[in-house]
Write a new protein. Sequence first.
Length: 478
Amino acid sequence: MEMVPNSIGKLKHLRYLDISGNPDIRALPNSISMLHCLVWLKLSSCHGLKELPRDIKKLISLKHLEIEWCYSLTHLPSGLGQLTQLETLSECVLSNEKGNIWNSCSLKELAKLNNLRGELKITNLGNPEDYSEKILEGKKHLRSLTLSWDFSTKLVNNASIAAENQLEWLKPHQNIEQLTLVGYEGIRFCDWLSSLNNLVKFSLRKCSCKHLSPLSQLPSLRVLMLDQMSNLEYIISNDVVYREDLFKSLEEIRLMELPNLERWWQEQHPTTTSSSQPASFRFLERLVIEDCPKLCSMPLYFNLRDYLVLDNTSFDTFRQTINHSRSDYSPLFALRSLCIIGIKKLDITQCDKIRWERLAYLRFLRLDYLPKLDKLPDGLQHLTFLERLHIWRCIINTLPEWIGNFLHLRTLGISVCIHLKSLPQALASLSNLETLEIVDCPILFQRCQKEIGEDWKKIRHIPNLKIHQPQSSFSPRL
Protein backbone atom coordinates (compact mmCIF):
# COMPACT_ATOMS: atom_id res chain seq x y z
CA MET A 1 0.00 0.00 0.00
CA GLU A 2 1.31 3.44 -0.95
CA MET A 3 -1.58 5.64 0.10
CA VAL A 4 -4.41 5.61 2.65
CA PRO A 5 -7.60 6.93 0.99
CA ASN A 6 -9.00 10.22 2.26
CA SER A 7 -12.39 8.54 2.58
CA ILE A 8 -11.18 6.66 5.67
CA GLY A 9 -12.43 9.64 7.66
CA LYS A 10 -15.99 8.52 6.95
CA LEU A 11 -15.63 5.44 9.18
CA LYS A 12 -16.96 7.36 12.16
CA HIS A 13 -17.20 4.37 14.52
CA LEU A 14 -13.82 2.82 13.72
CA ARG A 15 -11.97 1.88 16.90
CA TYR A 16 -8.99 -0.07 15.59
CA LEU A 17 -6.80 0.80 12.58
CA ASP A 18 -3.71 -1.21 11.63
CA ILE A 19 -1.59 0.19 8.78
CA SER A 20 1.69 -1.26 10.08
CA GLY A 21 4.22 -2.87 7.76
CA ASN A 22 3.62 -0.57 4.77
CA PRO A 23 7.04 0.94 4.00
CA ASP A 24 5.85 2.86 0.92
CA ILE A 25 3.37 5.10 2.77
CA ARG A 26 4.81 8.62 3.00
CA ALA A 27 1.93 10.46 4.69
CA LEU A 28 -1.50 9.87 6.17
CA PRO A 29 -4.60 11.87 5.20
CA ASN A 30 -5.65 14.45 7.76
CA SER A 31 -9.14 12.94 7.56
CA ILE A 32 -7.94 10.27 9.99
CA SER A 33 -8.31 12.98 12.62
CA MET A 34 -12.09 12.71 12.16
CA LEU A 35 -12.13 9.19 13.67
CA HIS A 36 -13.16 10.35 17.12
CA CYS A 37 -13.86 6.79 18.32
CA LEU A 38 -10.43 5.49 17.31
CA VAL A 39 -8.72 3.81 20.26
CA TRP A 40 -5.82 2.02 18.60
CA LEU A 41 -3.65 3.26 15.71
CA LYS A 42 -0.83 0.94 14.59
CA LEU A 43 1.78 2.40 12.24
CA SER A 44 4.85 0.35 13.15
CA SER A 45 7.35 -0.45 10.36
CA CYS A 46 6.00 2.21 8.02
CA HIS A 47 9.60 3.06 7.19
CA GLY A 48 8.76 5.81 4.69
CA LEU A 49 6.23 7.66 6.84
CA LYS A 50 7.51 11.22 7.33
CA GLU A 51 4.79 12.83 9.43
CA LEU A 52 1.51 12.18 11.20
CA PRO A 53 -1.74 14.10 10.51
CA ARG A 54 -1.44 17.65 11.85
CA ASP A 55 -4.81 17.40 13.61
CA ILE A 56 -4.10 14.11 15.37
CA LYS A 57 -4.88 15.90 18.63
CA LYS A 58 -8.57 15.54 17.70
CA LEU A 59 -8.43 11.77 18.24
CA ILE A 60 -9.81 12.25 21.74
CA SER A 61 -10.40 8.52 22.33
CA LEU A 62 -6.93 7.39 21.26
CA LYS A 63 -5.17 5.20 23.83
CA HIS A 64 -2.54 3.44 21.76
CA LEU A 65 -0.26 5.01 19.14
CA GLU A 66 2.34 2.52 17.88
CA ILE A 67 5.09 3.99 15.71
CA GLU A 68 8.09 1.72 16.23
CA TRP A 69 10.56 1.56 13.33
CA CYS A 70 9.09 4.54 11.49
CA TYR A 71 12.60 5.69 10.66
CA SER A 72 11.59 8.59 8.41
CA LEU A 73 9.39 10.42 10.93
CA THR A 74 10.79 13.94 11.34
CA HIS A 75 8.59 14.95 14.27
CA LEU A 76 5.26 14.40 16.00
CA PRO A 77 2.66 17.16 15.49
CA SER A 78 1.96 19.77 18.15
CA GLY A 79 -1.08 19.27 20.36
CA LEU A 80 -0.20 15.69 21.30
CA GLY A 81 -0.47 16.70 24.96
CA GLN A 82 -4.24 16.95 24.51
CA LEU A 83 -4.51 13.18 24.07
CA THR A 84 -4.67 12.65 27.83
CA GLN A 85 -6.06 9.10 27.52
CA LEU A 86 -2.95 7.95 25.66
CA GLU A 87 -1.43 4.86 27.27
CA THR A 88 0.91 3.66 24.52
CA LEU A 89 3.30 6.01 22.75
CA SER A 90 6.18 3.85 21.59
CA GLU A 91 8.27 6.82 20.40
CA CYS A 92 8.16 10.57 20.85
CA VAL A 93 10.02 12.09 17.91
CA LEU A 94 11.04 15.67 18.62
CA SER A 95 11.78 17.99 15.74
CA ASN A 96 15.37 18.03 14.52
CA GLU A 97 14.85 21.24 12.54
CA LYS A 98 15.11 24.59 14.30
CA GLY A 99 12.40 26.23 12.20
CA ASN A 100 9.93 23.43 12.85
CA ILE A 101 10.13 23.30 16.65
CA TRP A 102 6.95 25.33 17.18
CA ASN A 103 4.90 23.09 14.86
CA SER A 104 5.91 19.86 16.55
CA CYS A 105 5.34 18.11 19.82
CA SER A 106 7.40 19.50 22.69
CA LEU A 107 8.59 17.97 25.94
CA LYS A 108 6.14 20.23 27.77
CA GLU A 109 3.27 18.51 25.97
CA LEU A 110 4.76 15.13 26.81
CA ALA A 111 4.66 16.13 30.47
CA LYS A 112 0.83 16.07 30.34
CA LEU A 113 0.63 12.42 29.27
CA ASN A 114 0.88 10.73 32.65
CA ASN A 115 -1.19 7.69 31.64
CA LEU A 116 1.65 6.42 29.43
CA ARG A 117 2.76 2.92 30.33
CA GLY A 118 5.09 0.20 29.10
CA GLU A 119 7.89 1.56 26.88
CA LEU A 120 8.70 5.09 25.75
CA LYS A 121 11.51 6.32 23.52
CA ILE A 122 12.26 10.04 23.13
CA THR A 123 14.48 10.92 20.16
CA ASN A 124 16.19 14.06 18.88
CA LEU A 125 16.77 15.50 22.32
CA GLY A 126 19.06 18.53 22.41
CA ASN A 127 16.91 21.44 21.29
CA PRO A 128 17.29 24.48 23.59
CA GLU A 129 13.65 24.44 24.67
CA ASP A 130 12.36 25.22 28.13
CA TYR A 131 13.18 22.47 30.64
CA SER A 132 11.56 24.23 33.57
CA GLU A 133 9.34 21.39 34.75
CA LYS A 134 9.65 17.69 35.42
CA ILE A 135 8.76 15.89 32.21
CA LEU A 136 8.67 12.22 33.16
CA GLU A 137 8.54 11.95 36.93
CA GLY A 138 4.73 11.69 37.01
CA LYS A 139 4.63 8.71 34.64
CA LYS A 140 4.48 5.97 37.26
CA HIS A 141 3.25 3.33 34.80
CA LEU A 142 6.31 3.50 32.52
CA ARG A 143 8.65 0.53 32.80
CA SER A 144 11.15 1.20 30.00
CA LEU A 145 12.60 4.55 28.91
CA THR A 146 15.03 5.42 26.10
CA LEU A 147 16.47 8.93 25.82
CA SER A 148 18.31 9.70 22.58
CA TRP A 149 20.22 12.92 21.87
CA ASP A 150 21.24 14.36 18.52
CA PHE A 151 23.33 17.53 18.63
CA SER A 152 24.42 17.32 14.99
CA THR A 153 21.90 19.94 13.84
CA LYS A 154 21.50 21.85 17.10
CA LEU A 155 22.87 25.36 17.70
CA VAL A 156 24.25 24.59 21.15
CA ASN A 157 27.39 26.23 22.51
CA ASN A 158 28.35 23.45 24.91
CA ALA A 159 26.70 20.12 24.16
CA SER A 160 28.08 18.54 27.34
CA ILE A 161 26.55 21.10 29.68
CA ALA A 162 23.33 21.19 27.64
CA ALA A 163 22.93 17.43 27.84
CA GLU A 164 23.56 17.39 31.60
CA ASN A 165 20.99 20.14 32.17
CA GLN A 166 18.42 18.36 30.01
CA LEU A 167 18.96 15.04 31.75
CA GLU A 168 18.32 16.72 35.10
CA TRP A 169 14.74 17.52 34.00
CA LEU A 170 14.15 14.08 32.49
CA LYS A 171 14.15 12.16 35.73
CA PRO A 172 11.76 9.19 35.40
CA HIS A 173 9.47 7.86 38.09
CA GLN A 174 11.22 5.56 40.55
CA ASN A 175 9.20 2.62 39.18
CA ILE A 176 11.27 2.61 35.97
CA GLU A 177 12.93 -0.77 35.35
CA GLN A 178 14.87 -0.20 32.10
CA LEU A 179 16.78 2.93 31.13
CA THR A 180 18.73 3.53 27.90
CA LEU A 181 20.75 6.65 27.06
CA VAL A 182 21.93 7.17 23.48
CA GLY A 183 24.23 10.00 22.36
CA TYR A 184 24.38 11.56 25.83
CA GLU A 185 27.29 14.00 25.69
CA GLY A 186 27.38 14.84 29.37
CA ILE A 187 30.48 13.95 31.37
CA ARG A 188 28.62 13.28 34.59
CA PHE A 189 25.26 11.80 35.53
CA CYS A 190 22.53 13.43 37.53
CA ASP A 191 22.12 12.55 41.19
CA TRP A 192 18.71 11.04 40.50
CA LEU A 193 20.26 8.03 38.79
CA SER A 194 21.31 6.57 42.13
CA SER A 195 17.70 6.85 43.37
CA LEU A 196 16.33 4.37 40.80
CA ASN A 197 16.12 1.45 43.20
CA ASN A 198 13.96 -0.61 40.83
CA LEU A 199 16.22 -0.25 37.79
CA VAL A 200 17.12 -3.72 36.48
CA LYS A 201 18.58 -2.86 33.04
CA PHE A 202 20.82 0.09 32.18
CA SER A 203 22.16 0.65 28.65
CA LEU A 204 24.49 3.34 27.34
CA ARG A 205 25.39 3.78 23.67
CA LYS A 206 27.51 6.47 22.02
CA CYS A 207 27.79 8.41 25.28
CA SER A 208 30.70 10.63 26.34
CA CYS A 209 31.11 9.60 29.98
CA LYS A 210 34.59 8.83 31.29
CA HIS A 211 33.37 6.72 34.19
CA LEU A 212 30.11 5.33 35.58
CA SER A 213 30.50 5.42 39.35
CA PRO A 214 26.73 5.84 40.05
CA LEU A 215 26.31 2.21 38.94
CA SER A 216 27.54 1.16 42.36
CA GLN A 217 24.38 2.63 43.91
CA LEU A 218 21.83 0.64 41.86
CA PRO A 219 20.89 -2.29 44.10
CA SER A 220 18.52 -4.03 41.66
CA LEU A 221 20.64 -3.75 38.50
CA ARG A 222 20.71 -7.07 36.63
CA VAL A 223 21.78 -6.13 33.10
CA LEU A 224 24.46 -3.59 32.12
CA MET A 225 25.13 -2.80 28.45
CA LEU A 226 27.82 -0.34 27.33
CA ASP A 227 28.38 0.22 23.61
CA GLN A 228 30.46 2.59 21.45
CA MET A 229 31.84 4.85 24.18
CA SER A 230 35.29 5.99 23.15
CA ASN A 231 35.83 8.25 26.20
CA LEU A 232 35.21 5.57 28.80
CA GLU A 233 38.44 4.74 30.63
CA TYR A 234 37.16 2.98 33.75
CA ILE A 235 33.81 2.07 35.28
CA ILE A 236 34.06 2.89 38.99
CA SER A 237 36.18 5.58 40.66
CA ASN A 238 38.36 4.72 43.64
CA ASP A 239 36.24 6.72 46.05
CA VAL A 240 33.66 3.92 45.89
CA VAL A 241 34.43 1.53 48.73
CA TYR A 242 34.44 -2.11 47.67
CA ARG A 243 31.93 -4.36 49.41
CA GLU A 244 31.05 -7.98 48.86
CA ASP A 245 27.46 -7.02 48.02
CA LEU A 246 28.55 -4.48 45.38
CA PHE A 247 26.78 -5.35 42.09
CA LYS A 248 25.11 -8.18 43.95
CA SER A 249 22.23 -8.37 41.45
CA LEU A 250 24.21 -8.22 38.19
CA GLU A 251 23.42 -11.20 35.96
CA GLU A 252 24.53 -9.95 32.53
CA ILE A 253 27.22 -7.53 31.31
CA ARG A 254 27.88 -6.52 27.69
CA LEU A 255 30.90 -4.33 26.98
CA MET A 256 31.18 -3.49 23.27
CA GLU A 257 33.38 -1.09 21.30
CA LEU A 258 35.03 0.59 24.27
CA PRO A 259 38.49 1.22 22.78
CA ASN A 260 39.94 3.09 25.79
CA LEU A 261 38.44 1.10 28.65
CA GLU A 262 41.37 -0.28 30.65
CA ARG A 263 39.96 -1.46 33.95
CA TRP A 264 36.88 -1.66 36.11
CA TRP A 265 38.33 0.53 38.87
CA GLN A 266 39.95 3.89 38.27
CA GLU A 267 43.33 2.56 39.41
CA GLN A 268 44.52 -0.71 40.83
CA HIS A 269 41.87 -1.15 43.47
CA PRO A 270 42.30 -3.12 46.70
CA THR A 271 40.01 -5.93 45.65
CA THR A 272 40.55 -8.46 48.39
CA THR A 273 37.78 -8.89 50.91
CA SER A 274 37.78 -10.02 54.52
CA SER A 275 37.67 -13.63 53.33
CA SER A 276 40.82 -13.13 51.22
CA GLN A 277 38.85 -13.72 48.03
CA PRO A 278 39.28 -11.36 45.07
CA ALA A 279 36.56 -8.97 44.02
CA SER A 280 34.08 -10.82 41.84
CA PHE A 281 30.62 -10.69 40.32
CA ARG A 282 28.91 -13.18 42.58
CA PHE A 283 25.81 -13.85 40.48
CA LEU A 284 26.94 -12.94 36.95
CA GLU A 285 25.69 -15.54 34.44
CA ARG A 286 26.34 -13.90 31.04
CA LEU A 287 29.35 -11.83 29.93
CA VAL A 288 30.21 -10.38 26.50
CA ILE A 289 33.38 -8.33 25.94
CA GLU A 290 33.80 -7.20 22.32
CA ASP A 291 36.33 -4.73 20.91
CA CYS A 292 37.74 -3.67 24.28
CA PRO A 293 41.42 -4.25 23.43
CA LYS A 294 42.84 -2.44 26.48
CA LEU A 295 40.64 -4.02 29.16
CA CYS A 296 42.96 -5.96 31.45
CA SER A 297 41.42 -5.71 34.92
CA MET A 298 37.92 -6.26 36.26
CA PRO A 299 36.21 -8.24 39.01
CA LEU A 300 36.46 -11.97 38.32
CA TYR A 301 33.47 -13.97 37.10
CA PHE A 302 33.58 -17.39 38.72
CA ASN A 303 29.87 -18.20 38.41
CA LEU A 304 29.11 -17.67 34.71
CA ARG A 305 26.53 -20.13 33.44
CA ASP A 306 25.01 -19.22 30.08
CA TYR A 307 27.84 -17.78 27.97
CA LEU A 308 31.16 -15.97 27.85
CA VAL A 309 32.26 -14.11 24.70
CA LEU A 310 35.77 -12.66 24.46
CA ASP A 311 36.23 -10.83 21.15
CA ASN A 312 39.24 -8.58 20.46
CA THR A 313 40.04 -8.07 24.13
CA SER A 314 42.62 -9.11 26.68
CA PHE A 315 42.87 -12.74 27.73
CA ASP A 316 43.98 -11.70 31.24
CA THR A 317 40.65 -11.65 33.06
CA PHE A 318 39.71 -15.09 31.71
CA ARG A 319 43.07 -16.52 32.76
CA GLN A 320 42.80 -14.96 36.22
CA THR A 321 39.27 -16.28 36.66
CA ILE A 322 39.66 -19.86 35.50
CA ASN A 323 43.06 -20.40 37.11
CA HIS A 324 42.12 -18.95 40.48
CA SER A 325 42.58 -21.32 43.41
CA ARG A 326 39.25 -21.31 45.17
CA SER A 327 38.73 -23.66 48.06
CA ASP A 328 34.94 -23.80 47.86
CA TYR A 329 34.38 -24.74 44.19
CA SER A 330 35.92 -24.76 40.72
CA PRO A 331 35.66 -21.45 38.79
CA LEU A 332 33.51 -21.52 35.64
CA PHE A 333 32.48 -25.13 36.26
CA ALA A 334 28.88 -24.32 35.24
CA LEU A 335 29.71 -22.39 32.02
CA ARG A 336 27.83 -23.74 28.98
CA SER A 337 29.10 -21.62 26.06
CA LEU A 338 32.51 -20.03 25.34
CA CYS A 339 33.60 -17.95 22.34
CA ILE A 340 37.21 -16.78 21.99
CA ILE A 341 37.55 -14.49 18.98
CA GLY A 342 40.13 -12.11 17.57
CA ILE A 343 42.69 -12.30 20.39
CA LYS A 344 45.64 -11.83 18.07
CA LYS A 345 48.42 -12.46 20.59
CA LEU A 346 46.98 -15.69 21.94
CA ASP A 347 49.32 -18.60 21.25
CA ILE A 348 49.63 -22.19 22.37
CA THR A 349 52.02 -21.26 25.19
CA GLN A 350 49.38 -19.08 26.83
CA CYS A 351 46.63 -21.62 26.16
CA ASP A 352 48.57 -24.43 27.79
CA LYS A 353 48.60 -22.43 31.03
CA ILE A 354 44.81 -22.45 31.20
CA ARG A 355 43.06 -25.00 33.41
CA TRP A 356 40.62 -26.05 30.70
CA GLU A 357 39.51 -29.09 32.69
CA ARG A 358 37.52 -26.75 34.94
CA LEU A 359 35.06 -26.19 32.07
CA ALA A 360 33.65 -29.60 32.82
CA TYR A 361 30.12 -28.91 31.56
CA LEU A 362 30.91 -26.75 28.54
CA ARG A 363 28.53 -27.52 25.65
CA PHE A 364 29.60 -24.97 23.00
CA LEU A 365 33.10 -23.79 22.04
CA ARG A 366 34.05 -21.39 19.25
CA LEU A 367 37.68 -20.55 18.47
CA ASP A 368 37.80 -17.85 15.79
CA TYR A 369 40.49 -15.68 14.23
CA LEU A 370 43.37 -16.63 16.52
CA PRO A 371 46.24 -16.01 14.09
CA LYS A 372 48.98 -17.29 16.41
CA LEU A 373 47.26 -20.44 17.58
CA ASP A 374 48.87 -23.22 15.52
CA LYS A 375 47.38 -26.18 17.43
CA LEU A 376 44.51 -26.93 19.76
CA PRO A 377 45.47 -26.84 23.46
CA ASP A 378 45.76 -30.34 24.89
CA GLY A 379 43.67 -29.24 27.87
CA LEU A 380 40.58 -29.12 25.64
CA GLN A 381 40.49 -32.92 25.58
CA HIS A 382 38.87 -32.79 29.03
CA LEU A 383 35.74 -31.07 27.70
CA THR A 384 33.96 -34.39 27.35
CA PHE A 385 30.43 -32.92 27.43
CA LEU A 386 31.06 -30.70 24.43
CA GLU A 387 28.22 -30.81 21.88
CA ARG A 388 29.21 -28.11 19.37
CA LEU A 389 32.74 -27.18 18.31
CA HIS A 390 33.56 -24.45 15.79
CA ILE A 391 37.10 -23.71 14.61
CA TRP A 392 37.24 -20.72 12.27
CA ARG A 393 40.08 -18.70 10.74
CA CYS A 394 42.94 -20.41 12.57
CA ILE A 395 46.35 -21.60 11.33
CA ILE A 396 46.20 -25.09 12.80
CA ASN A 397 47.39 -27.86 10.45
CA THR A 398 46.12 -30.90 12.35
CA LEU A 399 43.26 -31.91 14.59
CA PRO A 400 44.31 -34.18 17.49
CA GLU A 401 43.09 -37.73 17.87
CA TRP A 402 41.84 -36.92 21.35
CA ILE A 403 38.87 -35.26 19.65
CA GLY A 404 37.47 -38.77 19.99
CA ASN A 405 36.89 -37.93 23.68
CA PHE A 406 33.99 -35.73 22.65
CA LEU A 407 31.41 -38.51 22.76
CA HIS A 408 28.52 -36.03 22.96
CA LEU A 409 29.67 -33.94 20.00
CA ARG A 410 26.80 -33.24 17.57
CA THR A 411 28.15 -30.41 15.42
CA LEU A 412 31.68 -29.75 14.16
CA GLY A 413 32.34 -26.64 12.07
CA ILE A 414 35.68 -25.88 10.41
CA SER A 415 35.96 -22.67 8.42
CA VAL A 416 38.87 -20.86 6.73
CA CYS A 417 41.52 -23.19 8.11
CA ILE A 418 43.56 -23.26 4.93
CA HIS A 419 46.52 -25.07 6.51
CA LEU A 420 44.52 -27.97 7.93
CA LYS A 421 45.90 -31.06 6.18
CA SER A 422 43.54 -33.84 7.24
CA LEU A 423 40.82 -34.96 9.63
CA PRO A 424 41.63 -37.26 12.56
CA GLN A 425 40.72 -40.94 12.41
CA ALA A 426 38.89 -40.49 15.72
CA LEU A 427 36.00 -38.76 13.91
CA ALA A 428 34.84 -42.18 12.74
CA SER A 429 34.12 -43.18 16.34
CA LEU A 430 31.89 -40.20 17.13
CA SER A 431 28.51 -41.87 16.72
CA ASN A 432 26.54 -38.83 17.95
CA LEU A 433 28.07 -36.46 15.40
CA GLU A 434 25.18 -35.23 13.24
CA THR A 435 26.64 -32.28 11.31
CA LEU A 436 30.05 -31.60 9.82
CA GLU A 437 30.47 -28.30 7.99
CA ILE A 438 33.69 -27.39 6.19
CA VAL A 439 33.99 -23.96 4.56
CA ASP A 440 36.96 -22.52 2.64
CA CYS A 441 39.39 -25.28 3.58
CA PRO A 442 40.90 -26.23 0.19
CA ILE A 443 42.88 -29.27 1.36
CA LEU A 444 39.99 -30.75 3.34
CA PHE A 445 37.61 -30.12 0.47
CA GLN A 446 39.60 -32.49 -1.71
CA ARG A 447 40.11 -35.08 1.03
CA CYS A 448 36.40 -35.20 1.89
CA GLN A 449 35.08 -35.90 -1.61
CA LYS A 450 32.44 -38.60 -1.53
CA GLU A 451 33.81 -42.13 -2.06
CA ILE A 452 37.13 -40.94 -3.46
CA GLY A 453 38.53 -38.54 -0.83
CA GLU A 454 41.19 -39.80 1.56
CA ASP A 455 39.13 -38.74 4.58
CA TRP A 456 35.79 -39.92 3.25
CA LYS A 457 35.71 -43.11 5.35
CA LYS A 458 36.18 -41.03 8.51
CA ILE A 459 33.06 -38.95 7.89
CA ARG A 460 30.66 -41.07 5.83
CA HIS A 461 28.62 -42.01 8.92
CA ILE A 462 27.70 -38.34 9.56
CA PRO A 463 24.10 -37.66 8.41
CA ASN A 464 24.48 -33.99 7.55
CA LEU A 465 27.64 -33.23 5.59
CA LYS A 466 28.20 -29.69 4.32
CA ILE A 467 31.47 -29.65 2.43
CA HIS A 468 31.61 -26.31 0.61
CA GLN A 469 33.84 -25.70 -2.38
CA PRO A 470 36.46 -23.04 -1.54
CA GLN A 471 35.95 -19.64 -3.06
CA SER A 472 38.38 -18.97 -5.86
CA SER A 473 38.94 -15.42 -4.64
CA PHE A 474 39.46 -16.50 -1.05
CA SER A 475 41.83 -14.30 0.91
CA PRO A 476 42.00 -15.18 4.62
CA ARG A 477 42.30 -12.48 7.28
CA LEU A 478 45.42 -14.00 8.83
